[in-house]
Each structure stands twice: as structure tokens, then as C-alpha cells.
Design a protein around this ligand. Sequence first.
Ligand SMILES: Cc1cc2nc3c(=O)[nH]c(=O)nc-3n(C[C@H](O)[C@H](O)[C@H](O)COP(=O)(O)O)c2cc1C
Length: 403
Amino acid sequence: MEQLFTEKIHDNLYYIGVNDRITTLFERMWPLPDGVAYNSYLLTGEKSICMDLVKDFTVKDFLSKVDEVLEGKPLDYLVINHVEPDHSSGIDEVLSRYPDLHIVCNKKTVPMLKNYYNIEDNLIVVGDGESLKLGDHEFTFYMTPMVHWPESMVCYEPATKTLFSQDIFGGFGTLNGAIFDDQVKFNDYYHSETTRYFINIVGKYATQALRALKKVGELDIETICPVHGVVWRSNPRFIIDLYTALAEQKTVPGVVIIFGSMYGNTQRMAEAVAKGVAEGGITDIRIHDIANTPQSYLLADTWKYRGVILGSCSYNNNIFPPMSFLMEELHHQKMKNNIWGFFGSYSWSGGAMKRFKAFSDELKLDTLSLQPEIQGAATKEEIEQLKELGRQMARRILEGDEA
Ligand SMILES: Cc1cc2nc3c(=O)[nH]c(=O)nc-3n(C[C@H](O)[C@H](O)[C@H](O)COP(=O)(O)O)c2cc1C
């Protein structure tokens, strides 16, 4: 069991979240090498109000924290900014402890609460830009649809300039004793875990995220309380700017090469391409074997690097299946700021290169003209061609930098 602690954020506002060090894959897909926190917040005063809940198996710790702050007083309201079960599946136990609890939500949340939890009573429905007084606290709600669920909203308390931002501004990683941005070395660890969280969870809704960030950016904010990751009390602008840069997909002038290879021939081709990229003057180059690297990190690097080069062997008249899965996810991401390169290998009638071409055409990708398709083991001349593909990519990236 984790060390239980609550933390005062300011007068009448407490952190009552929990760390999950047990779940190894977020949404059963995205690796959690250092767990994740489910943040929840408790406001006290004339009425007690909880902002979002926690995942069902952590609810016992959560309820202990509620007890610690409320000292036997009842919980009056629960604001559900987002129904995703990592923030709501503890609700049955919370309701059995506090049966008179009223739930504040929006109209899209109502059918979801019925659908997941058979909850229909004691609901207070708020709309976009609407204010609501609960005891001596007053909140304004803003809808942020599809960031990253349809019913997602944020809740702002003007009196304290506090934003309860649900998944927006969240990141992977537990909170290790400290909860505030000024208590952690954000750039050492949380930065990459926040970036990966954004790309894996929110990335495919980047357009909606930009819309939400614009709305939120107009508020006068002193504290941001997200449902994952650190609480921003010293420099909330930092996380707003980081999320905005991610939503705009600002790429760096480097190249990621992702290859799929069963017997090593395509891997050797990837090494030759990388050599060409390096010869072309690019210093930031990553190579991933698609079979060894979780999709989560592949998506993070394709989002990050301006140059993306995919290479694959053929498999049953098609492309290597893990590459097919990656392309399906990349299709959802709708990335706009990359330069793409492709190479394929085959032995008889091919398959990989056809898929790459269809992918590039369908998404109207900015693709390099040289697209080597190589039978079996690459010859000396073909290795030179692969290096030229790398050099072509480097030229495009560096030209772009000068422009
Ligand atoms: C199970 C399997 C299925 C394959 N399917 C095809 C295919 O449909 N068309 C083709 O041209 N080559 C096919 N190949 C051949 C490989 O694409 C070819 O051997 C390639 O050079 C393998 O590259 P690698 O050494 O990087 O794994 C297949 C190979 C295997 C083992």
C-alpha cells in the first residue's frame, strides 16, 4: 500500500489523489514504467466538494484521505469532469459511503453515468460557460469536447484562479512524495512522460485540444489541478505552453527510422539509411526495431521528429503485421509536420512497398521521391541508394531549417 498523504494546496483545497504502481499498461496499451497518479481534489467550506475520483481498486486509500480531511463530515458534491473509468470507477463505493452525494456534470455525461454505473439521481447539469455556486465556492464550467472524451469539461474557480483541468495538462508517472511543479525536476523525467501521455492519449484529438487550450488560455490561472501528473502552482504557463507546442506538433530537426525485419536484411537497410542521414548532417537520429519497441514510444518519436522513415519486409502479400498496426495508429494521429521516407524489401511478389505507397497517397504525406524496394539482401549499389534516401531526408530537413 502506498504511503497515505493528503496535501493542502491552498485554504479549503486539498490533494487527495492516489498513486497506481500496479497497472503496467495504461488503457492496456501504453507502458507505465513508473506508474501513474489518479489525482483528485477536495474543497472544503460550507459544503465539501470532490473534483473527479480515482480508479476502483484505489478507492479505499482515496476514502481514507477524504476522511482525513472531512473528519466525519459528509461529502456533499462530486464534480465529474470526465467519465473515463480511471477517474470514475470508484463511484459505487463513494456513493455507498455518501448516498446523499450530488453529482455535477454536463448533459453528455448523463447517459454515460446511467450506462456505466446505473446512476440517474441527484445530478446537477451544467453547460458551457455556466457558473454554479456550491456553498461558499463558485465555479465556471467550460466544455472541452473530445479532449479526449466527448463529455470532457474543465472547471474553473475564479476566486482562487484555480483550474481543474481533468486530463488536459496530465502526464504519466506517479507523484513521489511531492505534488507541485516547484518540488520536482520536471525536465528530468516528467517532461518525457507528459509528452508521451499527450501523444498517446490526446494526440489524435490535437485539433480539439488546441481549441480547448485557447479557451483555457483566456482564463486568469494561478493553479492548475490536472487528474494525472503534477499540480502547477508556480509556473502554470509552462504546462500551457508545453501542451500547446505538442498540440501544434512542433517537430525537432531530427530523424526517426522504424524498421520491421524478420531475418535482418531490412535491418541492414535501415542502418544504411541512418548512415546517409548522418552523412547529410543530421545529429539527432533514432532507430527502432518495430518488434522490440512498444507502439507508445514509436508514436512519441514520430510526433517529435520532422523526418520519419519507415522500412519493412513483405509478409503474406502485405506488409510486416506490426508495421501495419503502427500505420493504423499513425493514420489516426493526422500528423501534418513530418517529411516521410519509405523503403521496402521482398522476395517474390512484394507487398510492403505497395502498402507504404497507398498509405502515403491516402494521407497525402510529404514523401521523398526515392523509395527503394529491394529484393532479398541489398547489393552494394542498393546500399548506396538507401544511403541516398537518408541524405535526401537530411537535405529536406536542413533546407527547411534555413527557410
Ligand atoms: C512468413 C513470410 C511471409 C513472406 N511473405 C512474402 C510475400 O508475401 N511477398 C514477398 O515478396 N516476400 C515475402 N516474404 C519474404 C520476405 O519479405 C523477404 O525474405 C525479406 O527479404 C525478409 O526481410 P528480413 O530479412 O528483413 O526479414 C515472406 C517471408 C516470410 C518468412
